[in-house]
Each structure stands twice: as C-alpha cells, then as structure tokens.
Design a protein around this ligand. Structure first.
Ligand code: NDP
Ligand code: 8X3
Length: 252
C-alpha cells in the first residue's frame, strides 16, 4: 500500500489530537506538532497499532524553528500528503478598549502568522508533486464577529481569507484547500481563553450539548477521504443548540 503522511499542528490537545487519531485510523502516518513534548510523546499510545508517528516540538510563532525543523524532515517523512493547520487559541475576552496587547500578539502571531509559516514550509513539496490537501481550522468566529471577540474574530477572518486565497493560488497544482469552521467545541480552548479559570471555562459549555473534538476530527477525516476530484471547500459545523456565534439554546 502506498504510504500516506499527514502533518497536524497542535496535536497535543483537543481538535488536533483527535484529528491525528482519526487520520491514523484512515491509515495515515502522522507528524504531530505542538509545544508540549510530554503530550506529543504520549500520543503514540492513542494511535492505532502500527501507525508510524514522528513528533516535532516547536512553537509556530518561532519562524526560524518552523523553517529549520520542517525544512529538514527525515527523508522518509518529506512527502506530506495532508497538512492540518490547527494550532491556535483565543487569548483573553476583553473589549477592544481594554484588551491586552500581549493577547493580541499571541492570537495574530499563532493563529495567522504561525499558520502561514507552517504552510510556507510545506506547500513547496506539494506544488512540486502537484498533489496535496490542506485543511485550515477557522471558526464560526471567522464568519461572524461577536462582543469581545474582536482580535480573535479578526484572526479567524484572516484564516478564512487565507483559505480562499490558498485555494486560488494552488488551483493550478491540483491541491485541495479545505476550510473547517467549528462553533462551540469543548476542548482546552476556553481554559486558554480565560487563562486557566476552570469554572468560567466550564460554564461556556453548560446547559446544552457542545461539539466534541471527535465530531470535528470525524468531519475532517470525511473531507480528506473524498475522492481526489472532490473538495469540501468550506465547512461550518455547529452544535445543534447553536444557531449563530452567540445564539445558543441553553437549558439552565
Ligand atoms: P486546545 O487548546 O485544546 O488546542 C490547541 C492546540 O494548539 C494545542 O495542541 C496547542 O499545543 C496548540 N498550540 C497553541 N498555541 C501554539 C503555539 N504557539 N505553537 C504551537 N502549537 C500551539 O483548543 P482546540 O482544539 O479547541 O483548538 C484547535 C483549533 O480549533 C484552534 O485553531 C482554535 O482556534 C480552533 N477552534 C476551536 C473551537 C472551539 O470551540 N474549541 C471552535 C472553532 C475553532 P501546545 O500548547 O502543546 O503548543
Ligand atoms: C471558537 C468558537 O465561538 O468561542 O472559535 O469563537 S468561539
């Protein structure tokens, strides 16, 4: 059987981790990246037996590290078929007039520039082979703006624009570019947004059934496994209880 390789950024938690597991279930060898090496190492226990796993620890903000590490992949890991640009988070939840510049930097540097650096490192191999699939994880926050969402929403609107731009520019090379835009998914996302406040984070998901990381991973696996002539270009996936970014039917 021909070898297939998927690289997943932010595979230490939530959607990225579930996606690495789902793609391994489809027979992909996995390159898993993130900052927390202990979690990257633990991933091997959760992948189907026989999955080949390469873990790479770096911060997607670190341009030199991204190009150094991804530019020097071991020979047998160079031909990446699927890139999942997932690493990202919201940092803070403040109105624009009191927002923290450090939070703004984190969101723009990770969600937008980090995605660009990783893409820049991987795309040349895909264009050379005239083949590949890129999945960018956007958000409902990239389709709508909500109160206090300001910079996070801007970062995810940028991901949406980059997804469309990539699809156009890479069109001559037959590369599929897929945008996946989830609504509320219970992961470590809110814990990061609210800086470790577990109570506040839990309350985001109370009173309704949120999506799980596996729901998103299943959708990604479905999109990636369509025949080569099919691209699910733009997928918005919400919990049934959610009708819009801030319209959620709760039974509290
Ligand atoms: P988690 O916090 O559970 O996971 C975030 C992942 O991103 C972790 O693996 C983390 O790894 C990685 N990451 C964060 N910052 C960096 C960095 N600087 N360098 C490298 N890796 C980084 O959240 P989710 O799984 O929910 O989030 C995944 C993606 O889904 C994000 O892009 C998020 O914006 C998006 N999303 C989430 C939704 C939700 O409701 N949960 C809804 C819509 C979109 P590590 O810390 O080890 O580096
Ligand atoms: C994460 C979902 O609604 O918190 O992107 O922006 S939301």
């Amino acid at each position: 059987m021909e070898r297939k390789i998927a690289l997943v950024t932010g595979a230490t938690s939530g959607i990225g981790k579930a996606t690495a597991i789902a793609l391994a279930g489809l027979g992909y060898d996995i390159i898993a990246t993130g900052r927390r090496q202990d979690r990257l190492s633990a991933l091997s226990d959760e992948l189907p037996q026989g999955t080949r796993l390469l873990t790479l620890q770096f911060d997607v903000r670190d341009k030199e590290a991204v190009f150094e590490i991804l530019g020097n992949l071991p020979e047998e890991w160079k031909q990446i078929d699927v890139l999942i640009n997932n690493a990202g988070n919201a940092h803070g939840f403040d109105p624009i007039q009191t927002g923290s510049v450090d939070d703004w930097d984190a969101m723009m540097d990770i969600n937008v520039k980090g995605l660009l650096y990783v893409s820049k490192a991987i795309i040349p191999g895909m264009t050379q082979r005239n083949r590949g699939t890129i999945v960018n994880i956007g958000s409902i926050a990239g389709k709508e703006v909500y109160l206090n969402g300001n910079v996070y929403c801007a970062s995810k609107h940028a991901v949406d624009a980059l997804t469309k731009g990539m699809r156009m520019d890479l069109n001559p090379h037959g590369i599929r570019v897929i945008g996946v835009h989830p609504g509320l998914v219970e992961t470590e996302f809110s814990l990061v947004r609210f800086k470790g406040d577990a109570e506040r984070s839990k309350s985001v998901y109370k009173g309704y059934e949120p999506l799980t990381a596996v729901d998103i991973a299943d959708t990604i696996a479905f999109a990636v496994s369509r025949p080569p002539h099919v691209v699910l270009a733009d997928i918005v996936i919400l919990p049934t209880a959610q009708a819009a970014a801030t319209l959620v039917k709760k039974n509290l």
